[in-house]
Structure formats: structure tokens, C-alpha cells
Design a protein around this ligand. Structure first.
Ligand code: TTP
Ligand code: MG
Length: 400
């Protein structure tokens, strides 16, 4: 039996936010451009390739970036603009295949199996895709073409920016085996450390060491997973509707929040935002999380599982408050970053519990849904509960 080789593309835009800013203001072309806020508390969101030459990269503390590249031009970033561009690029991809799995604001898998006859045909489509994006959006993308997602994603990164890399199985030894094990899907810092302990640093090492010693090092399941990746095998399908695992919202505060009332308002606002997003996506969740970073940079998280899944603000707010109160009694201090999230998601109404058992709850639900609708029509800030407007508000900035 012959299995038909799949043709999978992974497309990732180059220096996405920075490239959009350069496009919008051509006088920035060729210059080191950093998206982020300079100063003690900032981090780099991304930067142009000119800035990367100086050792600047995503997630680098701004103070370090300023030292490495003093002449850089800093821009605060315009998320709405970037999302709009992201949607337009998605629309271009839609012309090439019905099977697209977006991974983030600037990357997606595209399944061309049955559309392109082989990998070379896939590469031709990739070239057209890049050309269309360049013509219509004046932006460059890097694309990897391979028989599966794992290899396609590695390939898109190999010749950035403006890259197009075809990575068939017979190129594994030359192009994949020399890569660090950290590049493998599922290898985080802890697993990497264990592998290093066993003398395994590059992908090729996974097949070089005897199977038994790999099993002894990382266990049967990880060993099998890692070895099949090293052989370039990955059967995951391109999933058009990826299951969302959790929904969360967080903010970093320019000035620490110290007033308990203010902290409470922030908790409330984040919880409401999360509930709204759940409703927008037709999901409800059972486990409420909070994430808090104190002024000393210590970050802690707490979770609480509700008796039943919800997409309403109140139970999420209550849980978030309780979680915060429990820990803050022990820790005290102000708040630099505050996040609320919900996981354990399922489509609305799929739970066992009857949603509208309590008539009061049905009423609250109706009110929240009506509010969503007004917001949808008038914009996000059209409706805000009274408690959010009370008191002076500190400036907030988007968390990453
Ligand atoms: P990336 O694709 O990781 O980065 P990039 O597109 O800027 O650069 P590259 O050419 O290496 O792909 O992320 C896409 C965008 O997401 C990026 O432009 C900015 C944003 N982003 C953040 O806001 N914070 C982060 O920590 C990262 C990694 C990205
Ligand atoms: Mg990118």
C-alpha cells in the first residue's frame, strides 16, 4: 500500500508588527524599529531585522534593547491595525485552500494535499502566496513546505526573512538532525535539561543513542514521540477549528495597584472581559485562574473549579476575588500585573447542569447578552458597569 504524501505549508509573517509600521511609514525602511515601550518596565514585542543585527529580539527587556541599539526607533504598537492586516492575510490564504489552521496573529498551517500534486507543487503555490501577500499587502512572509506540520514549521523558520524552504523527508539528516533538541515540538526547558544530561543535544542524537537509554532518560512515551519527530514523522492533521484551551485576559500596570478597591475593580474588569469573550466564542468553562505579579516581580497563579461551567461574569468574578483574597492575605503588597482566565472549556449548553434552572440566573444571562449586543454595535467601551467607572483609573497597557 502506498500512502499519499501530504503537502503542508506553514506561513509566518516576517517581523510582523514592525513590518506593518514600516509599510505605513516608509521613512522607517532600513532602520532599526522596535515595537514596545522603552524604559525599566518594558519588553520588546518584536523588532525589524535591522534591529535584530544588534541582538534585539522579542521578549528582551527594553533596557537591554536600548543599550544594544541606542539608535533604534521605538513605537508603541497598534494592535487593531495588526489584527486587521492579519485578517486580510487570512483572506488571501483562503484563496489557496479551504483547510487553514491559524496559530497566532501572523502564522498559519495550510493543507494543500489534493490541491498541489506533490511538495514541488506545494512550493509553487507557496511562491504565489508570498507574491500575492507582497503585492496586496506590501509585506513579506516566510513559508515552509513539507509532508507534515512539524517539518513545515521548522522549515518556515530556516531562511527567514522572505524565505521559502522545501523540506522533504530525505533532507532530514542534513537540515533537521543538526538542530538543537529544544526546537522539537514538546521539548520545554525541563525535558531539554534531562536530554542534555544524557548527552543528547541535537535532534540527530535522539536516533544515535540506544533506544533503551532514551527510554530510561525520559520515559517510554516521550522517547517514542521524540524518536518519531527525529525521523520526521508527525501525523497531526491541519485543524480548521482548533479547540481553544483557555481564555484569559491580563494587564500590566504602569504604576503598581495598591488600593484594594482599585485591585478589586481590575479583577472585576478582567473577569468581565473573559466572560464576554467566552460568550462571543460560544464557550463556557469551569476552572477560573488568576495570575498576579507583585512589585517584586514574583508571579503567582491560583485556580478554582466551579461546580458547573459558566460563561457569565458573576461566578467568574466571585471565584477570582476569592482566589485573590486567599493568597494576598499571605503575600500582601501591590499588583503589577493581573490576569483572569477560564479553562476546561466546552461549547455552551453541553454541560449536564440545566442552564436556566434558576429564573434569576436566566434574567442575569439575558442582561449580559443584551449588553454584548450593544457593545458589538457601538464598540467595546460602549457599556461599562458602574463600578468600573468609579474612581480615578490608572493607565493600563496591554499585556502580551
Ligand atoms: P513572531 O512571528 O514570533 O515574530 P515576528 O513576526 O515579529 O518576527 P519573525 O520574522 O521572527 O517571525 O510573532 C508575531 C508577532 O507577534 C510579532 O510581530 C509581535 C507579536 N509578539 C508579541 O507581541 N510578543 C511576543 O513575545 C512575540 C514573540 C510576538
Ligand atoms: Mg512572524
Amino acid at each position: 500500500m502506498t500512502t499519499i504524501e501530504r503537502v503542508i505549508l506553514h506561513l509566518d509573517m516576517d517581523a510582523f508588527f514592525a513590518a506593518i509600521e514600516v509599510r505605513e511609514n516608509p521613512s522607517l525602511a532600513g532602520k532599526p524599529v522596535i515595537i514596545g515601550h522603552p524604559g525599566k518596565r518594558g519588553v520588546v514585542a518584536t523588532c525589524s531585522y535591522e534591529a535584530r543585527k544588534f541582538g534585539v529580539h522579542s521578549a528582551l527587556p527594553s533596557v537591554v534593547a536600548e543599550r544594544r541599539c541606542p539608535q533604534a526607533i521605538w513605537l508603541p504598537g497598534r494592535r487593531k491595525l495588526y489584527s486587521t492586516v492579519s485578517r486580510r492575510i487570512r483572506a488571501i490564504l483562503d484563496r489557496f485552500s479551504p483547510t487553514i489552521e491559524p496559530l497566532s496573529i501572523d502564522e498559519a498551517f495550510i493543507d494543500l494535499s489534493g490541491i498541489a500534486r506533490d511538495l514541488a507543487g506545494g512550493a509553487e503555490k507557496a511562491r504565489q502566496m508570498k507574491q500575492t501577500i507582497e503585492t496586496e499587502e506590501r509585506l513579506t512572509a516566510s513559508v515552509g513546505v513539507a509532508p507534515n506540520k512539524f517539518l513545515a514549521k521548522l522549515a518556515s523558520d530556516m531562511e527567514k526573512p522572505d524565505g521559502l524552504v522545501l523540506l522533504p523527508l530525505d533532507a532530514l539528516e542534513r537540515r533537521v538532525w543538526p538542530l538543537k533538541v529544544e526546537r522539537l515540538w514538546g521539548v520545554g526547558p525541563r525535558l531539554a535539561e534531562r536530554l542534555h544530561g544524557g548527552g543528547i543535544r541535537i535532534v540527530g542524537d535522539l536516533l544515535r543513542v540506544p533506544k533503551n537509554s532514551l527510554v530510561a532518560l525520559v520515559g517510554e512515551r516521550s522517547a517514542a514521540h521524540l524518536r518519531s519527530l527525529a525521523r520526521g514523522q508527525d501525523r497531526r492533521p491541519v485543524e480548521t477549528a482548533r479547540k481553544t484551551k483557555s481564555i484569559s485576559e491580563e494587564r500590566t500596570y504602569v504604576e503598581d495597584l495598591t488600593d484594594p478597591q482599585e485591585i478589586d475593580r481590575a479583577l472585576f474588569a478582567r473577569a468581565e472581559g473573559v466572560a464576554r469573550q467566552l460568550r462571543r466564542e460560544g464557550l463556557e468553562g469551569r476552572t477560573v485562574h488568576i495570575k498576579v505579579r507583585n512589585p517584586d516581580f514574583k508571579t503567582w497563579t491560583r485556580a478554582w473549579t466551579l461546580p458547573e461551567a459558566t460563561d457569565m461574569s458573576q461566578p467568574i468574578v466571585d471565584a477570582a476575588r476569592r482566589l485573590f483574597a486567599e493568597r494576598s492575605r499571605l503575600a500582601g503588597g501591590g499588583v503589577r500585573l493581573l490576569g483572569v482566565g477560564v479553562s476546561g472549556l466546552e461549547p455552551t449548553g453541553s454541560g449536564q447542569a440545566s442552564l436556566f434552572a434558576d429564573p434569576r440566573e436566566a434574567k442575569v444571562r439575558k442582561a449580559e447578552l443584551a449588553a454584548d449586543e450593544v457593545r458589538g454595535r457601538l464598540g467595546r467601551n460602549a457599556l461599562t458597569r458602574a463600578r468600573l467607572i468609579r474612581g480615578p483609573r490608572r493607565s493600563e497597557q496591554d499585556g502580551d
